[in-house]
Design a protein around this ligand. Structure first.
Ligand SMILES: [Zn+2]
Length: 377
């Protein structure tokens, strides 16, 4: 157990500084400049890659092996996120930080970035044991992990990654996440005047509705979910529509189930088309990221569990149904887990975080550094 206490006010200030810097996806430059200033002030080696990601390399201290641990978080924030005004409320001897309800707070993921900075700086200043460490701050995570996809093989040449980017109490350990497939179905018919010659038209909205009525949606099984998120079509009430576009997603932990669901969509399209003469379709899909599972027995995962216990947390393994940069790390050969950044109701105007959760996060990270310094992973 680390008895040294981090400076809570400094942690809060770092968080507020970052929240006040606009950083929508693809426009992370100002936040990256802030982070560069902070790491440069500690004399740490850093570079920005072609994807705009910031990579910081920190030498080991009091460590007997040469393995590399990664701490990661993303710099971008979902909209609405311009000119965020954080509000601090006293609450049961704690402080709750919210937005003014006109924007998100950006605690996703700045409540992860601030504890990373403060915990690591604290460890450096107090010469605490830590393995060779790499900080990876990514761009465009909220746009299908676009920044992480541009990380170089060199940047990902490390032994274990810890990404701070999840809601919930400190102690949750995410070691499984699904693949994500986005799909588009174009349902084609034939346009004619709806009043004069409806017999000669083929209604693409009717076609699409029959298709949708046969798709499997929602929670399909314990490994798989599916959703239709967009339906567009039609030009005027007096025109039989010739095109309707359906857009949706499939998420799944099991590649075989996902293949089965894609085949089911194809079959529904073929079957419905066969019963409606004059219809046609195009079906495209794209895997935005792949599923992963890092075994609970992996030494790195076990170190995280030990550090959680040392911090007084209850380690809890969770299989998420959302994606994160860790999907990219694991796919590219860097095993890792995602931990909570303590934020609540991310991607909403009610997004908020307790200062006590960020403090706990710092303590957890310091215990992680100590544990990973003492044992290889
Ligand atoms: Zn996030």
């Amino acid at each position: 157990m680390n008895t040294l206490q981090i400076d809570t006010e400094q942690l809060l200030q770092t968080f507020l500084d970052m929240v006040r810097i606009d950083s929508p996806s693809g426009e992370e430059d100002a936040l990256r400049d802030y982070l560069i200033d902070r790491v440069a002030s500690k004399g740490l080696a850093h570079h920005t890659d072609a994807g705009g990601n910031l990579i910081v390399d920190i030498p080991a201290q009091g460590c007997s092996h040469s393995q590399i641990l990664v701490f990661s978080g993303h710099m971008d924030v979902v909209p609405p996120c311009h000119q965020i005004q954080p509000i601090i409320e006293e609450l049961d001897g704690d402080r709750m930080i919210t937005s003014d309800n006109t924007t998100v707070l950006g605690a996703d993921d700045k409540a992860g970035l601030a504890p990373i900075l403060e915990a690591v700086f604290f460890a450096i200043d107090h010469q605490l044991p830590m393995p060779q460490l790499r900080l990876i701050f990514t761009t465009r995570e909220e746009v299908f992990l676009a920044g992480a996809k541009e990380l170089s093989a060199e940047s990902l040449k490390a032994d274990f990654a810890i990404t701070l980017d999840h809601t919930g109490k400190q102690g949750v350990i995410i070691n499984q996440a699904p693949a994500y497939i986005e799909f588009t179905i174009e349902c084609r018919g034939k346009s004619v005047h709806a009043g004069i010659m409806p017999e000669q038209g083929v209604n693409a909205i009717v076609f699409a509705s029959r298709v949708i009525s046969q798709l499997r949606l929602g929670r399909i099984d314990e490994n798989t979910t599916s959703n239709i998120g967009f339906l567009t079509g039609g030009k005027a009430t007096n025109i039989v529509p010739d095109l309707t576009v359906i857009k949706g997603e499939l998420r799944g932990h099991d590649p075989l189930t996902l293949e089965r669901e894609l085949a089911h969509i194809e079959k529904v399209l073929a079957d419905v088309t066969a019963t409606l003469p004059g219809t046609g379709y195009k079906f495209h899909y794209q895997t935005r990221f792949d599923a992963y599972r890092v075994d609970e027995t992996h030494a790195g995962v076990q170190h995280v569990v030990s550090a959680a216990l040392k911090t007084g947390l209850e380690p809890q393994f969770i299989r998420t149904n959302g994606g994160s940069d860790n999907n990219i790390f694991v796919k590219r050969g860097l095993p890792g887990v995602v931990l909570s950044a303590g934020y609540m109701e991310p991607h909403s105007l009610k997004e908020r975080v307790r200062l006590s959760e960020m403090v706990l996060c710092c303590q957890f990270l310091m215990n992680i550094l100590e544990t990973f310094a003492h044992e290889p992973f």
